[in-house]
Design a protein. Structure first.
Lengths: 340, 279
């Protein structure tokens, strides 16, 4: 059929396929086509919706398992109890959930701080490195070099996180102890460095795609106006690719905040906020590591069990919040650009 | 289609022959085991060794916790409760009320060694000093007779049986300081302590080698002998509990005395515990 319409095949004397078919479909064919269309659409929709459904189901499950932590009984005092528990989770740094009865403490502040420490550190490491690598790949290096280097960088993402963890414990930790004189090598710095390394391939890959997508016209126009290569890169190409670059940073951040195995092995897992706050040589513990490390043996249905889900919920809330904030920022950047 | 039918018929024939033998002798025997996660690996390995013994014996090992094991034994939901502690009087009373006496079979000893970097000159600690280190009250090695260097205390994750032993016997169930590091396996503990000069940690006896130094606790060095005899303070017996003493010759009896055989001793040692026998 399509061949027939291209015109090339309409030549006198040649039997074009499909031309001998009746113009009107039979009701059966009509119905079959209609059903096929609907089924196809439905199947595609289901596939597209499945990830959304999965997210909603996971969210519902986490909320369901976390709720008993805030409201163990359906009593009148439940509301004040919930406020008390939430206050403890967000305001206290004492984490001792495995204790029996009233001695148990559920202060998650140091865990939240731990997650923030490693995420920020990872971004400090990964964003400059990743963006510079991306710029280098898209605009500086010759095409042939890029064809080799980009897959190698992306290979970093294929290394399992346990392997990174072993590297952190067996190589980086002793190195930090020997060369920086730190008493312990599994600390905030170690976890941050490794997480940064893990986030680099994501940032490089996505932002390089965005930078390459900026057309040759913009670059040539910039050069034509007398801009140097550095000016072109920083003032023209980067702003033009900003949404892709920001998306790359968000993806890298998500990778860092959600990573579990590496931080469980590399961060030392001490439930404390470093003091003074800038002392990255101290051990910290993240929310993900807490859930992963304690979930294994916790009796199902205990307060500790529900507390871990509450931590998980908190983590989800943080990721959503971060996502929304970055989305909002992105919108403002776009808007600003439109005005100027 | 034809091959599939053929495979199915062969499988059915096999099932028939293997199932008919014990069915003629007696009804299918089952052994339900439930309890401690620490003792669970021993029960698992014993069950593996028993697999070939009486035909048709089905052993299930559940690892939920010592308390759950005791409750299951009292409710007759299991035949053997694996426990890393003795029964509490409440649990025992409940069993007596139900009309039977729980009997403890100590199958192995669980000893936890306090280890430091080999370059550390400190030879030993008291239980009190170890507790204070993990509570954050002693922070420098010079306070316990060592060099002027900060102590880096490392603990196992709170869900491990080793932690449970240490927490019970050294910490007396008190909370560890917030600055304690946690690692999630004995090998990782070994790696951290062997590479960190100021570190102190604890591992099972099977993980002590020349790369880490095991400290004397209350002047007693951890060895198989001192742990088996119970003189080393951070050691505890691991139990199988049964309702009354099992009938002699029964499968339960055989299972609960398996640790006294040479094969049983080897299994206990292979799992990193100290056997009660010495062949």
């Amino acid at each position: 059929m399509t061949q027939a319409v291209t015109g090339r095949d309409i030549e006198p004397g040649r039997q074009a396929s499909g031309f001998d078919r009746p113009l009107l479909l039979t009701p059966g064919q009509d119905l079959a086509g209609f059903i096929l269309n609907r089924v196809g659409r439905g199947a595609l929709f289901m596939t597209a919706a499945s990830s959304i459904v999965a997210v909603l189901l996971i969210l519902a499950f986490v909320v369901r398992e976390a709720l008993p932590f805030f409201a163990p009984g359906e009593t009148v005092a439940a509301a004040s109890h919930a406020v008390h528990r939430l206050g403890e989770l967000l305001g206290s740094t004492c984490w001792y959930p495995e204790a029996e009865g009233a001695a148990a403490e559920f202060g998650g502040l140091s865990l939240i701080a731990g997650s923030l420490y490693v995420t920020v550190l990872a971004l400090v490491v990964a964003v400059p490195t990743g963006l510079m690598t991306a710029l280098c790949l898209s605009d500086v290096l010759p095409f042939a070099a890029r064809q080799i280097i980009k897959p190698v960088v992306e290979l970093l993402a294929a290394i399992p996180s346990v392997a990174y963890g072993f590297f952190a414990v067996l190589m980086l930790a002793p190195w930090l102890q020997q060369h920086l004189g730190l008493p312990t090598g599994t600390n905030a710095l170690n976890a941050g460095l490794i997480l940064g390394l893990m986030a680099i391939p994501t940032i490089v890959s996505v932002s390089e795609d965005a930078l390459t997508a900026v057309g040759r016209e913009l670059r040539e126009a910039s050069y034509a106006l007398g801009a140097t290569r550095a000016e072109t890169l920083l003032r023209v190409v980067m702003p033009a690719a900003h949404s892709g670059v920001i998306a790359a940073v968000i993806l890298g951040m998500m990778r860092a905040i959600g990573e579990t195995m590496v931080v469980w092995m590399a961060s030392g897992n001490a439930a404390q906020i470093p003091s003074p706050w800038w002392d990255l040589g101290q051990s910290i513990r993240t929310m993900t590591a807490t859930v992963a490390g304690e979930m294994g043996e916790v009796p199902k249905g205990s307060t500790h069990y529900h507390a871990l889900f509450a931590v998980g919920l908190l983590l989800l809330a943080f990721t959503f919040l971060l996502n929304f904030v970055t989305e909002a920022l992105l919108r403002r950047v776009r808007h600003g650009k439109g005005v100027v | 289609m034809r091959t599939a039918l053929w495979v199915m018929s062969v499988m059915a024939a096999n099932l028939g022959t293997s199932a008919s033998a014990p069915a003629e002798a007696a009804e299918k025997q089952t052994l339900q085991i439930e309890g401690s996660t620490t003792v669970g690996p021993i029960a698992d390995a014993f069950a593996e060794a028993f697999k070939t013994k009486p035909p048709g014996l089905a052993i299930t090992v559940k690892k939920t916790g010592s308390g759950d094991g005791a409750a299951a034994l009292v409710d007759e939901r299991c035949d053997i409760a694996t426990m890393s502690r003795f029964m509490k009087d409440k649990e025992y009373t409940k069993a007596v009320e139900k009309g039977f006496l729980p009997v403890a079979h100590a199958v192995a000893m669980d000893g936890v060694c306090v280890v430091v970097h080999p370059s550390n000159p400190v030879k030993g600690l008291t239980t009190e000093q170890a507790r204070k280190i993990y509570m954050g009250e002693i922070k420098n090695w010079k306070d316990v007779g060592g060099p002027d260097a900060p102590i880096v205390p490392i603990s196992r994750d709170t869900s491990s049986g080793t932690y449970e032993t240490f927490h019970g016997l050294v910490m007396k169930k008190q909370k560890m300081a917030d600055g304690i590091e946690y690692v999630n396996s004995n090998p990782q503990m070994h790696a951290r302590v062997s590479t960190t000069k100021g570190a102190i940690g604890y591992v099972g006896l099977g993980f002590v080698d020349e790369k880490v130094k095991a400290l004397e606790i209350d002047r007693i060095a951890p060895t198989k002998r001192t742990i088996a005899k119970g003189t080393y303070p951070i050691a505890r017996p691991l139990f199988f509990f049964t309702r009354n003493y099992p009938d002699l010759g029964s499968i339960i009896h055989e299972f609960c005395t398996f640790h006294l055989t040479e094969e049983g001793q080897e299994i206990v040692e292979a799992k990193g515990f100290v056997p009660v026998t010495d062949y």
